[in-house]
Unconditional design. Structure first.
Length: 434
């Protein structure tokens, strides 16, 4: 039995390895190139900071080619990792169960979460590795009643240098990313083709038969018994639309805004990002040096990295975005999103001020990088894990299935969804039980 998995991020890697384990011959088609950490670029980037070359987010893709940057409205940009490992390769390594909206549709992923977690080393960064100011902000947040907690991280502690550059890729290989999920299956059940962008799904007689994929200047058709889209919230929706299939105008992105303040010698880049977080009703607050705002956002320019302090807000936003067949995305902040961001900014500032951080307090770039909701599961779909709007033998195994925004790290959820989908595919295709 042959399966095509489109994308090698959290969802694709998990689906591919599970299908292989259950006897499928799997081909992963990945649009991006093999991943190389981008951290070495920082040394030549720093002198350019503040020049026209790094004027805005348009420069990000040129300097950090594994990032795909899409402006979706005047007030929002979205980031995707287009590379082997997808967005996991540029993640901060935070690993939590994000389950917002699952109960509403009757989906319990506890089994899949547990299965994945037991294969990984997940633990917080020990407090003694946090910068003194970060410890102080944690203590103040606790006193102020925000109930902060250390963030679970997925990494190999012995290899972690504790730098602040996780999102540029890990030079020591300490941080987990989804490439590890299938590494030992390459050539032993999984064939991986990078630089292969899937254009559309071929549907004949009501069934998915394969995909049309472009590589360099050629386009070819590849057939399979099952086609699994794991191209992420935007990539999957783009392929669906280009194939004449429905995608839902309910993209969510978990909006991020980092409030910047100043503290002499804070040196936040000498610790991993987001070592603790405080969970609020609709967002989290977490100490974070916003690398991309530091280099590419005009208003963050005035302060040197040693003295820049950031408190991230990650907001569960309104699910209202649309992805088009050409990959353009329309999504803006709603009044409710803006109101919640204002509340969160006031809290971020309160914690920073209580810890001796001074202003001016300046907003970083407003962006989103947890992309989901474009092929949302409904209560009726949960049994089969197959959105009813899709033809037979076409599956989605990524965050697109998640109906609600999270305001929390999402890799584990994308992987858990994909694991459940892969189990269902195997059940249906190998045992004939629908
Ligand atoms: C900067 C950043 C930091 C993050 N940090 C964290 C964190 O610390 N913890 C956490 O839990 N989450 C984090 N996330 C979010 C997390 O990485 C994603 O939610 C998760 O990886 C989503 O999994 P996915 O499989 O849906 O998509 P992805 O992991 O993005 O994978 C999609 C894959 O599909 C490929 N693709 C797209 N289109 C095509 C096509 N047409 N043909 C072939 N391949 C295609 C892409 O190249 C990519 O490899 C972060 C995200 C970003 C952007």
């Amino acid at each position: 039995m042959k399966a095509i998995v489109v994308g090698s991020g959290a969802g694709g890697a998990t689906a591919a390895s599970e299908l292989t384990r259950r006897g499928f011959e799997v081909t992963i088609l990945e649009a991006g190139h093999p991943f190389n950490p981008l951290t070495h670029r920082v040394s030549w980037l720093s002198p350019l900071r503040g020049t026209l070359l790094l004027n805005d987010e348009d420069a990000i893709e040129h300097i950090f080619p594994h990032y795909q940057v899409t402006r979706t409205s005047e007030d929002l940009v979205i980031f995707t990792g287009v590379t082997e490992g997808g967005s996991t390769a540029i993640s901060c390594g935070n690993m939590v169960r994000a389950e917002n909206g699952l109960k509403e549709i009757g989906l319990d992923l506890s089994q899949e979460f547990a299965e994945i977690e037991q294969t990984l080393t997940i633990a917080p960064i020990p407090r003694e590795r946090w910068r003194p100011l970060t410890q102080q902000m944690f203590d103040k947040a606790e006193k102020l009643g925000f109930s902060p907690q250390p963030t679970p991280k997925v990494r190999t502690p012995a290899k972690c240098m504790g730098c602040g550059y996780c999102e540029l890729g890990c030079v020591t290989g300490a941080k987990w990313d989804s490439r590890r999920v299938y590494a030992d299956l390459l050539g032993r059940g999984i064939a991986l083709h990078t630089d292969h962008r899937v254009k559309k799904v071929i549907v004949e007689e009501g069934r998915a038969k394969g995909v049309l994929v472009s590589h360099k200047l050629s386009t070819e058709r590849i057939d399979a018994d099952a086609v699994v889209l794991s191209a992420g919230g935007v990539g999957t929706a783009q392929i669906l639309r280009a194939s004449g299939l429905p995608a839902s105008d309910s993209l969510w992105v978990d909006v991020v805004l980092t409030v910047g303040g100043i503290a002499k010698d804070a040196r936040m880049l000498n610790e991993p990002p987001m070592v603790w977080y405080a969970k609020r009703d609709h967002y989290i607050l977490s100490p974070y040096f916003d690398l991309l705002s530091y280099w590419f956002h005009k208003t963050w320019r005035s302060v040197h990295s040693e003295d820049r302090v950031g408190m991230m807000i990650k907001l569960a936003d309104t699910e209202n975005g649309r992805v088009n067949a050409d990959g353009t995305v329309a999504k803006s902040l709603t009044d409710l999103d803006k109101k919640r961001l204002e509340e969160a900014k006031a809290e971020a500032r309160e914690i920073m001020e209580a810890s001796g951080v001074t202003g001016p307090f300046i907003d970083g770039m407003i962006h989103g990088g947890h992309l989901g909701g474009t092929a949302p599961l409904t209560r009726e779909d949960v049994e089969t894990m197959h959105p009813a709007s899709l033809p037979k033998d076409l599956w989605v195994a990524d965050l697109s299935l998640m109906p609600r925004s999270q305001g929390l790290p999402t890799m584990l959820t994308a992987a858990a969804l994909a694991l459940r989908v892969a189990k269902r595919i195997a059940q249906e295709k190998l045992t004939g039980k629908a």
